[in-house]
Design a protein. Structure first.
Length: 332
């Protein structure tokens, strides 16, 4: 990267992006503005160069920031039929945004990078919040190219030049394994197709925390990708005499909870279910008395995401940062 007369590195330019991507400078401009159709292969090369260089189109950013629309774009995941968790985030973010004088524009994550480009082209939003960010997320490059301030709920593999707010999933993994050991369990059975979901940043970080803790804590970790209704039976088969098996899932907890209740496994000494609590389990609270739960602190994460975005919008020369919220056990 070039240096100025004081020997400091100059920020990358669109010419640097064009050189790295092997395209013309005008092609970079077309990708950024969406003013002309560009082939998908070329667009991906340009966006990869933008991401690698950390390029910010400064003049465009100034123009976009000057359009004080009072609107924040919120890209939410597509509802999967159990939208109680999602609505905690949406309600809290909308409430906090209004408290700071902003409205929310919802965009579904299934639109991906194209949804980001479409929203940016309208000029409606002056900042963005991205939910459920993957380890390698295609939406980061067009957000970077837009020059808009942004916050991700979810921690990508690489720091994305926007602020990160999320639960500390590495700590969550360690807490679950420690609790399994405290409960006298010889095994920890992780369910919910966690191995299949390793591409998700939260699952990969959780598993990294479990694996790290397993080097010190004598509890055998088993990944279970089988049918959720059969999880209690598989857990019982794992349980050795005078020992127990702990169960934990980042998906399918309600199904397993009902299966355990139906089979009587909740009352058996051989298994103990550990759960991520919250509104997604509120409607089955009558079954939860024996189930230790962890507070995922979704409202706090949502509030922090808005306050962090407001800081980026209103503080001159504000730099992005990573904030991880510590999970905690809900006792009683």
């Amino acid at each position: 990267m070039a240096e100025d007369r004081a020997g400091r590195q100059k920020p990358p330019t669109s010419q640097d992006v064009a050189r790295l991507a092997g395209v013309s400078q005008s092609t970079v401009s077309y990708v950024l503005t969406g003013s002309r159709p560009i082939s998908e292969a070329t667009r991906r090369r340009v966006e990869a160069a933008i991401l690698e260089l950390g390029y910010h189109p400064n003049s465009g950013a100034r123009t976009l920031r000057s359009r004080r629309s009072g609107v924040i774009g919120l890209m939410v995941p597509e509802a999967d039929g159990d939208d109680g968790v999602l609505m905690v985030f949406v309600r809290t973010i909308a409430r906090e945004a209004r408290r700071h004088g902003y409205d929310i524009l919802l965009v579904t994550a299934q639109e991906g990078a194209d949804g980001i480009r479409r929203v940016v082209r309208t000029g409606v939003c002056e900042a963005l919040i991205l939910m459920e960010v993957d380890r390698h997320d295609e939406r980061i490059a067009p957000v970077l190219a837009s020059g808009l301030p942004f916050v991700t709920i979810g921690k990508p593999e690489e720091f994305p030049h926007g602020s990160v707010i999320d639960l500390d999933f590495e700590m969550l993994g360690r807490m679950v394994l420690e609790r399994a050991h405290e409960e006298g369990c010889a095994h920890l059975l992780l369910f919910g197709a966690l191995d299949h979901l390793r591409s998700r940043n939260d699952v990969s970080r959780f598993l990294a925390g479990v694996e790290d803790a397993a080097e010190e804590i004598p509890v055998a970790v088993v990944l279970d990708d089988g049918p959720l209704a059969e999880v209690p039976a598989r857990a019982r088969r794992l349980a050795a005499p005078h020992a127990r098996t702990a169960l934990f899932g980042l998906g399918g907890v309600r199904q397993v909870l009902f299966a355990m209740a139906a089979s009587g496994a909740l009352a058996q000494e051989g298994t103990v279910l550990l759960a991520l609590g919250g509104e997604d389990l509120a409607d089955v609270s009558g079954l939860l008395a024996p189930v230790p739960q962890i507070d995922p602190r979704r409202a706090e994460v949502s509030e922090l995401a808005v306050s962090e975005l407001v800081r980026l919008l209103r503080t001159e020369d504000a730099t992005p940062r990573v904030t991880l919220v510590e999970p905690r056990w809900l006792e009683g």
